[in-house]
Ligand binder design. Sequence first.
Ligand code: SAH
Ligand code: SF4
Ligand code: F3S
Length: 469
Amino acid sequence: MRRMTAEIPQETILEEQACMQRVRGMAGRPASYFIVTYGCQMNVHDSETLTGMLENMGLSAAADRTCADFVIFNTCCVRDNAERRALGNVTWLKELKKTNPQLRVAVCGCMIQEPGMAEQILRTYPFVDLAFGTHNLYHFPTLFEQMVLKQRRVIEVVPDDLGTVPEDLPIVRSNPYQAYITIMYGCNNFCSYCIVPSVRGRERSRDSERILREAEALYRDGVKEIMLLGQNVNSYGLDRPEGMNFPKLLAAIDEIGIERIRFMTSHPKDLSPELMDVMAGSRHICPQLHLPVQHGNNRILKSMNRRYTREIYLEKVAMLRERIKNISLSTDIIVAYPGETEQEFRDTCSLVEQVRYDSAFTFIYSPRTGTPAAKMPDQVDPETASRRIQELIAIQKRITSENFEHYIGQTHHVLVDAPSRRDIHQMSGKNEYNITVNFDGSPDMIGSILPVRITEARETTLRGTLVQA
Ligand code: SAH
Ligand code: SF4
Ligand code: F3S
């Protein structure tokens, strides 16, 4: 039987809130903060919670990390390079601490949940003042207070999620028009290569009433787009007594009136016809889906413990395209999984040719300590891995450009986000398919959804002109 999820007790959260108020009045505490975030949307959203807590404690955002009194690294460990990047940047702060001895440095997030990692970081990086993991994020105010009061290093790692979810923590969202809502934490899938289940714990769904109230509040605040987050949103609700599943939750959120709804990530094995029907019949769910396939060969899919075959995946793609006109698909793919033969790699290439994704995130397999795949024989050599990923990237690049050609002449609806990076007279935003579109405009358009006629396809973005009303 599945364990039922409970909320972290209200008294505990009230204690943290009281602690934030104490820190606010504390003399000599750090006055400004800077957060460096690595990894997926989960981490981005956790950083929004950290921001909420820091602001409640009276700290203000620093313009950059060189002038902050408190720098926090929210880390990712899904692949070796994510880990190395984070540690490289932590090292960089060492120099800064020489010029600013008041500077405090914290490391948190998924990396800290790896066995022995927190101790290793504190040993190797003596200038790190605070370390905590993903399961005790809510406890950050207390840990911060201890660090300031006791003038010593603080480390707290909770190895298990204890079947609980935090609620009522302050969140400062980085964008007033787009918001993340976590609907579930953790993952139960144990794909053979993946470290996420061991650093994020078991699947725990939030109460659907709370999710709906949060979405309604965002709607009232003028948010135009929400992204529902979970490692596998399709298994939402299985650990709760209400009988609410993901399609039903989506349908209820669709009623609220928020203009755009997206969600990620959907595991293909649990993508049900019921969910496809809700997407097809909804007013606000975007015609776009991120559906990580990981590989195109059945032997490898089995070894990865993905629990679907190439044929089942392709069948689901066909069903989606039948029900949702023009749905835009994106994916994640791993190359050079242990034992991958040239022919097996070709199966991934042919699947990509068959599905014709609008975009694909491609990764070279990275062995993660403690996962079954890391112990498998026949790890693929780096040269072969690099050749294969280059080949796959080239195939996807061609398909993206062919797909994008079809968008030329169509009118898309763009949620204007910011001036484009290259030219401030150009506005940039995402269309309904989650593709970046640039067009000539002005900053007063930020936050509106505007019709833009697509005139040009670039490598990963589209260009268009505003359709005058
Ligand atoms: N829950 C999501 C993905 C989370 S991790 C899902 O199941 O789709 C994001 C992506 O990182 C994965 O889809 C996978 O493609 C990639 N990834 C995870 N572990 C990896 C590893 N050890 N090496 C290379 N890529 C990996
Ligand atoms: Fe990792 Fe698989 Fe869970 Fe995704 S579904 S987080 S790839 S174990
Ligand atoms: Fe990375 Fe943790 Fe997300 S390992 S991908 S930040 S869940």
